[in-house]
Design a binder for this molecule. Structure first.
Ligand SMILES: Nc1ncnc2c1ncn2[C@@H]1O[C@H](COP(=O)(O)OP(=O)(O)OP(=O)(O)O)[C@@H](O)[C@H]1O
Length: 233
């Protein structure tokens, strides 16, 4: 049974249809990528998955239970954490304060402050620094750390490596692999194949609001030229 299943989803903005019968599943403990260029429908799917946008057709299932109408407020209890593209860091709070307020949301479990600092030593070094003094990479680490402190079973990451230097991306990729080894499933949204090919077991390519390609990572490598054409700008 899938942890998350978005089945045959239709989503509209007013009269404009942004998703057409999209099906995406994430199994327990899996890393799955959703890849597509600007405007392909990635954010729309994530917003529908967390209940911010209603489905006009289709269903949203979590562990097989129909959660189609569940509001985003229920996410933490369902065991889903969402790390948005803009990272949502509190600028005037310190790193540690940003982390501590996340612990009041969601569920109690194995992820605590000490383990977040173990995963991202850089955050411990910067524990007393204000959110608005962090580099892009540090902000992303903090955003992921905050998500983990809700002890999710599924982490939704919207373009986590966008605009970051290669060395920082390498650290984040290692951290995501470690998070997954601890049993957390990840839905990774990206605009290119680089990180998905390193991390994910299964891949979906979306364009024009439709899933255009899906398969395992080996199959993606074999079909790389065709897939690159689907996501090039
Ligand atoms: N609030 C909105 N109102 C109307 N149309 C929207 C709205 N948000 C997105 N769209 C449209 O829906 C389609 C899908 O957009 P979406 O933001 O999901 O793409 P995306 O793949 O996430 O792109 P990006 O990488 O830029 O975030 C696009 O055609 C976009 O113009």
């Amino acid at each position: 049974m899938s942890l998350l299943e978005m089945r045959d989803c239709d989503v509209f903005y007013g009269k404009a249809q942004a998703l057409h019968g999209v099906t995406v599943t994430v199994g327990e403990g899996e890393i799955v990528s959703l890849i597509g260029r600007n405007g392909a429908g990635k954010s729309t799917l994530i917003k529908a998955a967390i209940g911010l946008l209603p489905l006009r057709g289709g269903t949203r299932l979590f562990e097989g239970a129909d959660e189609t109408g569940r509001p985003p407020e229920a996410l933490g209890r369902m065991g889903i954490a969402f790390v948005p593209e803009n990272r949502r860091i509190f600028a005037s709070l310190s790193v540690e304060e940003n982390l501590r307020i996340a612990t009041v949301m969601g569920r109690r479990g194995a992820w605590d402050l000490k383990r977040i600092y173990g995963l991202f030593p850089r955050l411990q070094e910067r524990a007393a620094s204000r959110g608005d003094t962090l580099s892009g990479g540090e902000q992303q680490m903090l955003a992921v750390g905050r998500g983990l402190l809700t002890n999710p079973r599924l982490l939704l990451l919207d373009e986590p490596t966008e605009g970051l230097a290669p060395l920082i991306v390498r650290d984040l990729v290692a951290a995501m692999a470690e998070i997954n080894r601890e049993g957390v499933a990840i839905l990774l949204v990206e605009q290119n194949l680089k990180v998905p090919l390193q991390l994910a077991q299964r891949q979906y390519v979306i364009d024009n609001g439709r899933i255009q390609w899906e398969g395992g990572t080996e199959a993606l490598l074999a079909d790389r030229t065709r897939v690159e054409a689907m996501i090039s700008l």
